[in-house]
Design a protein around this ligand. Structure first.
Ligand SMILES: [Zn+2]
Length: 672
């Protein structure tokens, strides 16, 4: 279809075109005529549909001539939705007809990022877009969010789902909702409903929803996909020709931790192995097959296994990484692939970004009695008494929660492979704003804990809750450098980064600067991840949570005090929130655990390299030397080193592990 349309375009002379209405836009042909991937792309050169044959039908239903009024595309993070679907759809529609279009992103930041880094570069480098929108040089930001076409007969508006005012009072025939899984409810209502209502004035409007999924039950793109005709891309078995979609279940079933590089699919019909070498030819022979006869619009599901730039071994390696299969079993080749391709720190990110599937999260909290029993019945040699540190590499962090009459503090050692071990829990019977309270916290900062081999260490970092008693908490925190004490506050949003620096504002609301000591926490995400980790029973598993002996029933009750509940609004939108599992249950142990984790993350817990963990382990796991110097001082370089880098870079949403030395430390360099 694309090639044919291009050939026809050549045949028509300018005169003939002047007499005929323009041919209906073919988005595939638009891609082939206008997109050239640059040298940084895994596949540099002009866009060729035979590399992405699954896009052809998506392009077809997105054409203005196609009767579908809604289109849903749910997919993993690596199929180029922006460059090969969103932007070509805009380009092709605007070249075809006078048009007002609307593109909505989850937040103002995401909208700006799209305009500056995706849309403007393409608009400037693509003659077809320059013809419609002009050069756009020297445009201010406002102009970039409201782009008029050169002939003034159309416009492209860019908006944020977080600013409902942007979504009202404008009628648009083409409406694109990008990353809609990340859209949150606002006080003004549901941004998705507002977006859809923009198109209601037009009989021939089209609404595209496109996103990676998030959590099952609340995920907007999955809700839209479930309502759609649910198309999956079926490909022929290279051995028997049977058509079937590439599914994760099939791939997972043949995964061998010892041979990740040989990851493959297996044909259900003939039992033959389907290897990555077969992929290109298979995908070229593929076709979309709807699976929901009651669907009310075209919906497509795509994931990394189909992407030409993604090899199957790298998917296996990413999975091995999140599951904590030891790196010793990886061959050198896959270990190399691992370095390049690790994008999923948690199982949820793997499901969302690699598989393009919503993650099923336990909505029931963990059973506190089972957890207590597991901790209390753990073998002697796997546990330590309270207050004793393991002789291994760790970041010693504490989280503090302030109440009117007390401060509760949890002390946790965070190790490699996202494992952690609870060291102890203290209740300081004073208010944070009192002299006694401050003195007790000061003493805590000076206190040292002994490893099982006898070295002593102070806290690397303490995170204290500033959600309540804010001024008193900040006043105390200011006594310490941001490399040892941070103050934190739970964010309302459930989709932001785990750790986001607070903005310091003047009285008039203007941002003065980004705080070095204050952070917003995505506590919703942290709790969900923590509960998933709490379920791991094997101490060698990635994410395992270990406990000091005799923490007591109340501790375990508090640690598991909250459950995720789903709330359905009258408009049908489902959101989730955390609530106490039963009224009156206290939750300080869970809160302080989150704060301690925030402190550890600030020290690079999720980003240290293997070499850095080894170095830390050599130093902290050692036996005390004769006539050893001051160990309090000895710990400081780690603090300073981690601080150096994290201060420059606010943490990315899931803090992808070290891309080339997060701490700026050389492997083998002595730490302290
Ligand atoms: Zn077969």
């Amino acid at each position: 279809m694309g090639m044919l349309a291009a050939a026809e375009a050549v045949v028509f002379s300018a005169a003939a075109r002047a007499m005929l209405p323009p041919p209906p836009p073919d988005i595939t042909a638009w891609c082939e005529a206008n997109i050239v991937f640059d040298d940084r792309s895994p596949m540099p050169g002009p866009f060729r549909i035979d590399r992405f044959p699954f896009l052809r039908e998506i392009h077809a239903v997105l054409s203005p001539e196609h009767p579908a009024r809604e289109v849903t595309v749910r997919g993993s993070a690596q199929f180029g939705k922006t460059v090969s679907i969103i932007q070509p759809t805009l380009g092709a529609w605007h070249s075809y007809t006078a048009l007002d279009s609307l593109v909505v992103h989850p937040t103002q930041t995401a909208a700006k990022e799209w305009v500056m880094n995706k849309w403007m570069p393409m608009r400037r480098s693509t003659p077809a877009l320059r013809e419609i929108f002009g050069e756009g040089r020297g445009d201010n930001v406002d102009a970039m969010f409201n782009m008029e076409t050169v002939e003034r007969n159309g416009s492209l508006k860019v908006a944020s789902a977080g600013s409902p005012a942007d979504l009202t009072g404008t009628s648009r025939r083409l409406v694109i909702g990008d990353d809609i899984s990340k859209w949150e409810m606002s006080e003004k209502g549901d941004p998705e409903a507002l977006m859809v209502s923009r198109a209601q004035a037009f009989e021939e409007a089209k609404v595209l929803r496109i996103s990676t999924p998030l959590v099952k039950g609340t995920c907007r793109i999955t809700r839209a996909f479930d309502r759609s005709d649910q198309r999956f891309f079926h490909v022929p078995c290279p051995h028997c020709g049977t058509m079937a979609p590439l599914t994760w279940e099939n791939f997972r079933a043949s995964l061998d931790p010892e041979r990740l590089h040989a990851a493959h699919f297996t044909c259900d019909a003939c039992g033959c192995v389907i290897t990555h070498g077969d992929k290109e030819a298979m995908v070229r022979g593929g076709q979309w097959v709807p699976s929901n006869p009651r669907g009310d619009h075209p919906g497509f599901h795509l994931w990394g296994a189909y992407a030409p730039q993604r090899d199957w071994a790298s998917i296996a390696v990413a999975y091995a990484q999140v599951m904590g299969w030891t790196s010793a079993t990886l061959t050198e080749a896959t270990a190399e692939g691992l370095k390049k391709q690790v994008e999923a720190e948690t199982e949820q990110v793997f499901w969302n970004d690699v598989l393009g599937l919503p993650y099923e999260q336990a909505s029931k909290g963990p059973d506190w009695e089972a957890l207590r029993d597991r901790a209390e019945h753990a073998p002697e040699d796997e546990t330590l008494p309270q207050g004793i540190l393991p002789a291994t590499g760790f970041i010693l962090a504490a989280g503090a929660d302030c109440q009117a009459d007390r401060i509760e503090v949890q002390i946790v050692a965070f190790g490699r492979n996202l494992q952690r071990r609870v060291i102890g829990y203290k209740v300081i019977p004073h208010y944070v704003g009192d002299e006694d309270g401050r003195a007790a916290l000061d003493a805590l900062m000076k206190e040292t804990w002994r490893t099982e081999r006898g070295l002593r260490f102070p806290l690397d970092m303490l995170a204290i809750d500033s959600g309540a008693f804010t001024e008193d908490v900040k006043a105390w925190a200011k006594r310490y450098p941001a490399s040892r004490v941070i103050h934190v506050k739970g964010a309302v949003s459930a989709t932001g980064p785990v750790l986001l620096p607070m903005r310091e504002r003047r009285a008039d609301g203007k941002v003065i600067r980004t705080s070095r000591q204050g952070f917003m926490l995505n506590v919703s995400q942290m709790k969900a991840d923590f509960y998933a980790w709490l379920a791991k029973a094997d101490p060698l598993e990635r994410g395992f949570v270990g406990f000091a002996r005799a923490m007591g029933d109340e501790y375990f009750r508090q640690l598991t005090a909250e459950v995720r509940v789903l709330n359905r609004s009258r408009s049908g939108v489902v959101t989730s929130s955390w609530a106490l599992a039963e009224a009156g249950r206290r939750n300080e142990a869970l809160d302080t655990m989150n704060y301690a984790e925030a402190a550890a993350r600030r020290k690079g817990w999720t980003a240290l390299t293997d070499d850095q963990w080894h170095a830390l382990s050599d130093e902290r796991g050692a036996a005390p030397a004769e006539g050893q110097g001051d160990l309090f001082d000895a710990a400081v370089p780690l603090v300073a080193a981690a601080e150096q880098k994290t201060d420059q870079t606010p943490e990315a949403p899931r803090e992808t592990p070290a891309k080339g030395g997060f701490l700026g430390l050389q492997p083998g360099k002595k730490w302290f």
